[in-house]
Design a protein around this ligand. Sequence first.
Ligand code: AMP
Length: 193
Amino acid sequence: MDNDSETMRLILIGGPGAGKGTQAKRIKEVYGIPHISTGQILRDEVAKGSELGNQVKGIMGRGELVADEIILNLIENRLKLPDSKKGFILDGFPRTLEQAEGLEPILKRRGVTSVKVLLLNISDDEILKRLMSRGRADDTEETIANRIQKFHNETQDAIDYYNERADLVRINGEQEIDAVAAEIVQVLGAPGK
Ligand code: AMP
């Protein structure tokens, strides 16, 4: 079965530029579990020029959120791949309450009963500073403003959802990358035990 408590299954939530991608890559190395970024999957689809890619390109370019149904479908299919048996890190998902709620039956169908949620906290000022210097295609001032707003309006509901279930751990995302990584390992426990 898939529900042993040893298996590391994580949700990484944080505003744009909070360091989710960076930390997810570290966690992947340390614990040997796949890093599943909905943003990256979507960017790959856009680059391939697939039907899905063409459908979401404009939405992403404006810093808006892709429809929950599309995202939930994408996640369900990704979690069916055998590598996610040994655990996973979800980066950039869930981003809405509907996604958080929609994830429950998906996990249930896979026999997964426990997931840890880490919230990487950073201020809006820090978000702006970081994204302006990152220079990704969707990092324009207007798009960034949109993404910050979506984070406060939509993702906050997903955060509240997990907070109410008391399985949310807050991490100070404004520290140096190594310090954030160390705090995460401290929360998750050393690997290979
Ligand atoms: P990210 O790489 O997580 O910053 O995501 C880049 C863009 O992809 C976002 O601005 C959204 O347009 C879209 N996206 C990624 N993940 C999600 C999600 N879980 N729900 C809705 N849209 C998403």
